[in-house]
Design a protein around this ligand. Structure first.
Ligand code: HEM
Length: 505
């Protein structure tokens, strides 16, 4: 029987197969030999197909970073890691982060957060500037200093929770405790209401475990799309059946929406600008943020992103610092002696600004940020206006180019014996120290760098000081494998989810 204008089904299929094959051959030839990225070094398979990256990201669970490291070892400082993207491993190359270049983020890569309408996930440079500006005055050093008392209250709660473990054989899971603390801090700071996760008897263990699944789901969403949208639409009852532990996370996210609505209503009732004690009001006050960006759903998206940005990062840093210090008794002694001496001179709790002045603590924090490198993901940027240059290579405009902080933080020519936690490396002459600081970039670079940097630093200093100033801790059934990066789910994740556990002596 004729199928299409006289052609049989068999010949239609054959014609389609020939067309597809020709198209694939042309595409392969373009990607490998003819396209503008063909001259960049790298494995041919990665240049040929995006499935190469998908395989490592999805099936090998966020392990493309290991491949990318190996590509650099084999092919040099600039490599083509996919048909579309280049990656640079050169600590001195900053072109992709120059503020004046007005670069975009790479939409495809960042869609893993499912929030391209929040400042963090916004691809376009100009739109991002407006969204960030509406928030940034809320995150200044002064603003964080005004938060001192709240920070003291929340960190003291961690201390009193850990007192419960003192002298018992029961281990405390500090990985979970730190993430509870970070969530309580960021929610209190940003929307004037702490979620009090530190009150949870087991430091919200099930909640934290479920929360840790999301970045991995995000990776699948990056590659296949729709996944986060489907989860978003899933009714609560269905989530309850599929993943009962997930319900707490759903409720948490829903509550952030409800909290946003409440704050928007308060704003409408109260027009006194001195009463602004949360970031929602700050954004509503903005004269540059367009009306569409002041809608409740978008403000809630910013809130959820803040919680996401401020929790895992700070939690991972505190976990790394505590683990590494506890494996070296001489470092514990030195840190405790410095904190105790400073505290004895003061009747009230030491504040962030004072703690920053303690040389060893300061070195511990910097080294902790280096070795934790709490943002594991590469940070791709796109210059749509002109070509970027790397040495003899001209990078065609609109090409995504990324770098990975970990490669710089573990570069042995900058940080000798990079795998060793060595706060002492920071206690050197001012000139040497300046050089080390120049390459320490845990908070990112350029116009997209971390908005919460002062809040993060204050949390880390105050928590470490209180932890080691108040307790003698001992690692419990925890070794380096329990904290070391195996997966790049944008945040670094270890293989196991056991976490850092300690007994409180
Ligand atoms: C140790 C703790 C932290 C580290 C290492 C860290 C690191 C980073 C990095 C590297 C970026 C840039 C990511 C990119 O280029 O795609 C970033 C962005 C961001 N971080 Fe943090 N962060 C930390 C804590 C926080 C905290 C406590 C908050 C506060 C709520 C926060 C809020 C943000 C926001 C809003 C952005 C997006 C900024 C923008 O796009 O304009 N971060 N962070």
């Amino acid at each position: 029987m004729p199928y299409i204008d006289g052609l049989s089904l068999g010949s239609t299929v054959a014609a389609a197969a020939v067309t597809a094959s020709v198209w694939l051959v042309v595409l392969a030839a373009y990607r490998l030999f003819l396209g503008p990225l063909a001259r960049f070094p790298g494995p041919k398979l990665a240049a040929l197909t995006g499935w190469y990256e998908t395989y490592y990201d999805c099936w090998r669970r966020g392990s493309y970073w290991v491949e990318v490291e190996q590509m650099h070892q084999k092919y040099g400082p600039i490599v083509r890691i996919s048909p579309w993207e280049l990656h640079v491993d050169d600590p001195d190359w900053n072109e992709a982060y120059k503020v004046s270049s007005r670069l975009n983020k790479y939409y495809w890569y960042y869609r893993f957060v499912g929030s391209s309408d929040a400042a963090f996930g916004t691809a376009d440079h100009d739109v991002h500037r407006i969204r960030r500006k509406a928030q940034q005055t809320y995150f200044t050093l002064d603003s964080v200093a005004r938060f001192d008392n709240e920070l003291d209250r929340i960190t003291s709660k961690l201390v009193s929770r850990l007192q419960e473990f003192k002298g018992t054989d029961q281990p405390a899971n500090l990985s979970n405790a730190f993430r509870c603390l970070a969530t309580d801090v960021v929610t209190e700071f940003a929307f004037d209401k702490s979620y009090n996760l530190l009150d949870s008897p087991d430091f919200a263990a099930a909640f934290q475990r479920t929360l840790r699944d999301f970045p991995e789901i995000g990776l699948w969403h990056r590659h296949f799309g729709l996944i986060l949208n489907i989860l978003d639409l899933m009714p609560r009852w269905l989530t309850k059946i599929i993943n009962p532990a997930g319900i707490d996370v759903v409720d948490f996210m829903t509550d952030i929406g409800a909290r946003t609505d409440r704050l928007v209503n308060d704003y409408k009732k109260n027009t006194d600008p001195d009463e602004r004690s949360n970031i929602i009001h700050q954004m509503l006050d903005s004269t540059t943020l367009p009306a569409a960006d002041k809608l409740n759903w978008r403000l809630a998206l910013e809130m959820r992103t803040l919680v996401g940005a401020g929790t895992e990062t700070t939690g991972a840093t505190l976990t790394a610092i505590t683990y590494h210090i506890l494996t070296r008794p001489e470092k514990v002694n030195r840190l405790v002696a410095e904190i105790t001496e400073a505290q004895m001179k003061r009747q009230t709790p030491l504040k962030y600004q004072e703690l920053q002045q303690l040389p060893y603590l300061n070195a511990v924090v910097l080294e902790g940020l280096r070795i934790a490198t709490p943002v594991a993901g590469r940070l791709p940027r796109i210059n749509t206006r002109e070509a970027m240059v790397y040495k003899s290579f001209s990078i065609p405009k609109s090409t995504p180019v990324s770098t990975t902080q970990r490669l710089t933080h573990f570069n042995p020519s900058i940080y000798a014996s990079p795998d060793i936690f060595l706060p002492e490396r920071w206690l050197v002459s001012p000139a040497e120290r300046k050089n080390l600081e120049k390459y320490l970039q845990p908070f990112g670079r350029g116009s997209r760098s971390c908005l919460g940097i002062h809040l993060a630093y204050s949390e880390i200093y105050v928590t470490v000081a209180k932890l080691f100033g108040n307790f003698k801790l001992q690692l419990f059934d925890t070794d380096f494998d329990d904290i070391k990066q195996v997966h790049d789910f944008f945040s670094p994740f270890p293989e196991s989810d056991k976490g850092l556990r300690v007994t409180v002596l």
